[in-house]
Design a protein around this ligand. Structure first.
Ligand code: FES
Length: 351
């Protein structure tokens, strides 16, 4: 096989065999995973579930895992990480579901919700992630979702609906309003027909934020359950504190989809992206990732919240500030996560 590929490469040089294959059909690319949008289901004006047929089977993913999705916007490939929302398959699959909420930032999420259509090709990274259901786990699960944090939990619940002996599951689903709740009809249907599943809706515009006493009222046995929580950073920080206080941190699994950034009262600088020959102002509070993107640099990125490390590039000179903690750091050749670091002075990045 290697010899055949090498012969093909010589025959097609200077292009690669992949270049010709993708001219025939973009899904034929061998060196990267791609998928075609099969259908799009709108949930609210701001969120949709995209069903993707992958070019080749991907290994069975676990409920709660996520994938990287890349789209070309203004001739630059942008990546975002999305939780898979379908039930986990038992065998390799070519069908993936991602549930996406538009953010208004004009990025990948907005493109998928507002402009994508069946037939479009998406670039994909294989499923990964540690926020998964534990095998042979607890008798009782407490799930708390904030806004789009429902997505990985939806995958877990859908997976449990097809297992023989699901545990008791209480989902507390918090969103700004009822209209912002994705798959609400489906969840209510589970609550009405599956004795092991309980749903509590929480509308934050009416009821405020869930606090510890509200939690104890909604689920008096919360300390006995294994908890899965996904939502905005402020929610996760609060929940993490409650479980710590109860000395039950080992029963808590959390997944964040936003990073809580500190407000920095310091200096930024000028960012030089040396391999791209671009330079731009780099404010003290702006991640170098978005500084680079705005300057037209092809910045690698994935989750954009400091989890996946896809955005790492080497620092050539200068210092950066971690926007989660305010810590200033940086040595020559140090790998920098550009999505959560900003310039703390003039910086040069090798990208
Ligand atoms: S894009 Fe995932 S860590 Fe930066």
């Amino acid at each position: 096989m290697t010899r055949i590929l090498s012969l093909a490469q010589r025959l097609t040089s200077p292009l690669l065999p992949d270049d010709y294959l993708t001219l025939i059909d973009p899904l034929l690319a061998q060196n990267s995973l791609r998928g075609r949008i099969v259908s799009i289901e709108s949930h609210t004006t701001r969120s949709s579930t995209i069903v993707i047929h992958t070019a080749r089977p991907v290994p069975p993913f676990q409920a709660g895992q996520h994938i990287g999705v890349g789209v070309d916007l203004n001739a630059v490939r942008h990546w975002r990480t999305f939780s898979l929302s379908g039930a986990a398959p038992l065998r390799p699959t070519q069908t993936l579901h991602v549930t996406v909420k538009a953010t208004g930032s004009g990025g990948v999420s907005d493109h998928l919700v507002n402009h994508a259509k069946p037939g479009d090709i998406l670039f994909l990274e294989p499923p990964t992630g540690e926020f998964t259901l534990t095998e042979g786990g607890a008798e009782s699960l407490l799930m708390i979702a904030g806004g789009s944090g429902i997505t990985p939990l939806l995958s877990m619940i859908r997976t449990l609906t097809v297992t023989d002996t699901p545990p008791y599951v209480h989902l507390i689903y918090s969103a700004t309003t009822r209209d912002d709740m994705v798959a609400l009809a489906e969840l209510r249907d589970y609550a009405n027909t599956m004795p092991w599943f309980k749903l509590t809706r929480w509308e934050s515009t009416v009821q405020g934020r869930i606090d510890q006493s509200a939690l104890a009222q909604i689920e008096p046995d919360w300390k006995d359950a294994v908890a899965y929580v996904c939502g905005p950073a402020a929610m996760l920080t609060a929940v993490d504190g409650w479980w710590r206080e109860a000395r039950l941190s080992d029963q808590l699994k959390i997944e964040q989809f936003q990073t809580q950034l500190v407000v920095v009262d310091g200096e930024g600088g000028t960012a030089t992206f040396s391999a791209s020959s671009r330079t731009s102002d780099a404010p003290a509070n702006e991640p170098l990732l978005t500084v680079g993107e705005a300057a037209g640099v092809l910045m690698p990125s994935g989750c954009r919240i400091g989890i996946c490390h896809t955005c790492v590039v080497p620092l050539k000179s200068g210092k950066v500030r971690d926007l989660r903690t305010g810590r200033v750091h940086g040595e020559p050749d140090e790998p920098i996560q550009t999505c959560i670091n900003a310039a703390a002075c003039d910086v040069e990045l090798d990208v």
